[in-house]
Design a protein around this ligand. Structure first.
Ligand SMILES: NC(=O)c1ccc[n+]([C@@H]2O[C@H](COP(=O)([O-])OP(=O)(O)OC[C@H]3O[C@@H](n4cnc5c(N)ncnc54)[C@H](OP(=O)(O)O)[C@@H]3O)[C@@H](O)[C@H]2O)c1
Length: 289
C-alpha cells in the first residue's frame, strides 16, 4: 500500500460500521491519522485493534451526534487532540422507523444526518483553514432526488414518513455541501464535495428501519447486479478524501463518476434558506465561514 497520506489527519464520522469502517481501514493503510468517530465503544475499539499494524493510526472518539451539546463536546476534544485537521469527512448517518426527537427537540434523522455535519464543520472550520489546503467530504445519497424542502415543516412534525425524512436529510447534505463550497473564500483553500456511495444493502444503515424497508433492502441485496459492494462504496468516499483532484475541485457531487445534484439541492434560494434554518436550529450565527 502506498503511504501517501502520512501526516494527514482525517476526522471521519461513522467510522465504526459499514462504508465508514472500510474507509477508515483503507485510510490507515495509506498512512493517515484517522480520528474515527462512532457511538459504540466496542466497535470503535475493535476498529483500532484491526488497524494496529497499519502504516497510519486510528484513534477512536466516542460521540452520539444527535445533540448539539455532543457535537460541540466532540469538536472540543478533536481540537485538543489534533493540532491540524486536513480532512473532515461526514459519513455518519442513520435511518429510523418512526418519528423520534432528540434531547434538543429536533427530528432525529435531520439532527444526525444534516445538523451534526453543519455544526461540526462550523466548530472545526478555523482549524481546517489553519491546516489548509483542507477538505470537507460529505457522504450523501442519490435518494435525495425523491425529496423536496418544506421550510414550513422541515422536520415532518405533520405526516411523518421515515424514508421521506431520510431522503430529505440527504437532500440537506447535498445542499449544505454546495452552499458551503460556494461560501468558502478562495484564500481559505478548503474544498467541499459530496459523494453518493451507491445503494449498499450489506451495511447496517437500515437496522432501525421498518420491517418492510428491511425486507426490501435484504431482498434487493440478493438480486445479482443490484446494489454496490461496501468496498466499492468505501473507495468512492476515500477518493474524495485522498485523490489530488479533490484538493482543487469543490462543489462536486460524485458517485462512480460525476453526478448532477437534484434541482432542489442546487437551488441557491433553497440552499440559503436551509443554511439559515440550520444555523438557527444549532444556535450559531448564519454568517459563516
Ligand atoms: N447503505 C446505503 O445503501 C447507503 C446509500 C447512500 C448513502 N449512504 C450513507 O452512507 C453513510 C454510511 O452508512 P452505512 O451504509 O455504512 O451504514 P452503517 O453501517 O449503519 O454505518 C453508519 C455509521 O454512522 C454512525 N452513526 C449512526 N448514528 C450515529 C449517531 N447518532 N452518532 C454518531 N454516529 C452515528 C454509526 O455508528 P455506530 O457504529 O456507533 O452505530 C456507523 O458508524 C451514511 O451517511 C448513509 O446515509 C448509505
Amino acid at each position: 500500500m502506498p503511504t501517501d497520506l502520512a501526516d494527514r489527519v482525517v476526522v471521519l464520522t461513522g467510522a465504526t460500521s459499514g462504508i465508514g469502517r472500510l474507509a477508515a481501514v483503507a485510510l490507515a493503510e495509506r498512512g493517515a491519522t484517522v480520528a474515527a468517530v462512532g457511538r459504540d465503544r466496542g466497535r470503535g475499539e475493535s476498529l483500532v485493534a484491526e488497524t494496529a499494524d497499519a502504516a497510519g493510526t486510528v484513534r477512536f472518539h466516542r460521540a452520539d451526534l444527535a445533540t448539539t451539546a455532543a457535537v460541540r463536546d466532540l469538536a472540543a476534544r478533536l481540537l485538543e487532540a489534533y493540532d491540524r485537521i486536513d480532512v473532515l469527512a461526514h459519513n455518519a448517518g442513520l435511518s429510523t422507523r418512526s418519528r423520534t426527537e432528540t434531547a434538543d427537540g429536533v427530528e432525529l434523522t435531520l439532527a444526525v444526518n444534516h445538523l451534526a455535519p453543519y455544526l461540526l464543520t462550523h466548530e472545526l472550520y478555523d482549524r481546517l483553514a489553519a491546516s489548509a489546503p483542507a477538505r470537507v467530504v460529505v457522504t450523501a445519497s442519490d435518494i435525495h432526488r425523491r425529496a423536496a424542502f418544506d421550510f414550513d415543516d422541515l422536520q415532518f412534525a405533520a405526516d411523518y414518513d421515515a424514508l421521506d425524512a431520510y431522503a430529505r436529510s440527504k437532500l440537506a447534505t447535498v445542499a449544505f455541501t454546495l452552499e458551503l463550497a460556494a461560501r468558502i473564500p478562495d484564500d481559505d483553500a478548503i474544498t467541499a464535495n459530496c459523494v453518493h456511495p451507491g445503494f449498499v444493502p450489506s451495511t447496517n444503515l437500515f437496522r432501525d428501519a421498518s420491517l418492510p424497508t428491511r425486507v426490501m433492502v435484504r431482498a434487493a441485496g440478493l438480486v445479482p447486479g443490484v446494489g454496490t459492494s461496501a468496498d466499492e462504496a468505501a473507495a468512492r468516499v476515500v477518493r474524495l478524501i485522498a485523490d489530488d483532484t479533490f484538493a482543487e475541485r469543490t462543489g462536486a457531487y460524485v458517485g462512480d463518476g460525476d453526478l448532477t445534484p437534484s434541482t432542489a439541492a442546487s437551488d441557491p434560494a433553497a440552499r440559503e434558506r436551509l443554511w439559515e434554518a440550520s444555523a438557527e436550529l444549532v444556535g450559531v450565527d448564519a454568517d459563516w465561514p
